[in-house]
Ligand binder design. Structure first.
Ligand code: NAD
Ligand code: ZN
Ligand code: ZN
Length: 322
């Protein structure tokens, strides 16, 4: 299938690729793995999609047939080489006028009428990441105190969807006050700057008798923040790691073995996109909150510049339109 790209965006992963951190990306590859577009051509294997359909093209491709996809883990789809993330990685991506979409039938999702591109654009990557790898793997339950360390787009997605699972109190932790302000917009009940020397005591004070958080979600990807999560979680709680770690982390089993703590990791699968799409449609998840800056496709370098300097520009995600 070929999709004309109407709206796309840039991911932190794209910045890693440009720095050379992802050697599997060949020189000259078109980047981008998040888009909303219009179908302009379909192949013979496509049955339920047609020209002019409006679809989201998600980060993860699913063949729907291999053992991984049948286990609802298309992040490890065997038909795409054991890694479901192929756009802007192993094949040309969505930061373009048109994108060829393999396994379209089982990968893209139709956009319901009456919903804007900005509302659904972030269902392609960050919203399911925050929900699946943070909230769902963290087994957030009604009444829980949930601490989210890192209030970048991914942490904010976890903050925004923790309420779906019934979290009573969502605590955002970040080093940047500007990110903590965004966290409030996304529904954080409490915000704590981790540079504050009392940060850990303040987190503890928000939990039952100082017992600790029911769930601590790591959304940065460095040893300090993973460690912080293991310290603030209560006995019997869950640490859900979302961050991509570039360096080894010491797992303090000498403290943790007696805490009954569960630690989860995960790569987004996108299997919850249809569910999240319904919540966007009904106004229960405000997907459009992530888009802070807008550009045209012809202004790609400015878009990258703004996103790469997100702190200075108070940017979350950029919306790039054709
Ligand atoms: N597991 C997955 O499938 C998956 C998918 C997408 C992204 N990720 C990862 O999720 C992580 C977050 O992504 P993002 O796009 O939101 O990144 P980001 O860089 O925009 O946000 C990270 C946030 O962490 C904060 N931070 C940095 N150091 C901190 C510290 N010591 N204490 C508290 N906060 C601190 C920063 O101020 C920033 O707000 C990254 O590691 C990314 O690679 C994982
Ligand atoms: Zn991404
Ligand atoms: Zn597959």
């Amino acid at each position: 299938m070929v999709v004309q790209i109407d709206t796309t965006t840039i991911c932190g992963t794209d910045l890693h690729i440009l720095k050379g951190d992802v050697p599997s990306v060949e020189q000259g590859r078109i980047l981008g793995h998040e888009a909303v577009g219009t179908v302009v051509a379909v192949g013979s294997a496509v049955r339920n999609l047609a020209v002019d359909d409006r679809v989201i093209v998600p980060a993860i491709t699913s063949c729907g047939r291999c053992a991984a996809c049948k286990r609802a883990m298309p992040s490890h789809c065997a038909s795409t080489g054991g890694i479901g993330w192929i756009f802007g990685h192993l094949v040309d991506g969505t930061q373009a006028e048109y994108t060829r979409v393999p396994f379209a039938e089982t990968s893209v999702h139709k956009v319901p009428e009456g919903v804007t591109d900005e509302q659904v654009l972030f269902l392609t990557d960050i919203l399911p990441t925050g929900y699946e790898v943070g909230v769902r793997n963290g087994r957030v339950k009604p009444g829980d105190v949930v601490v989210v360390v890192g209030a970048g787009p991914v942490g904010l997605a976890a903050i925004q969807t923790a309420g779906l699972a019934g979290a009573a109190t969502v605590v955002a932790v970040d080093l940047a006050d500007s990110r903590l302000e965004h966290a409030r917009r996304f529904g954080a009940d409490e915000v704590i700057n981790s540079a504050d020397p009392d940060a850990e005591q303040r987190i503890a004070a928000l939990t039952d008798g100082g017992l600790g958080a029911d769930v601590a979600i790591e959304a940065v990807g460095i040893p300090q923040t993973f460690d912080l999560c293991t310290r603030v979680v209560r006995p019997g709680g869950v640490v859900a790691n979302i961050g991509v770690h570039g360096a080894p982390t010491t797992l303090h089993l000498e403290d943790l073995w007696i805490k009954n703590v569960t630690i989860t990791t995960g790569l987004v699968d996108g299997t919850t996109v249809p569910m999240l799409m319904k919540l966007v449609q009904s106004g229960k998840v405000a997907g459009e909150l992530f888009g802070t800056h807008e550009f045209g496709l012809g202004e790609m370098l400015s878009a990258y510049d703004t996103f790469a300097n997100a702190g200075a520009n108070n940017a979350l995600k950029v919306v790039i339109r054709r």
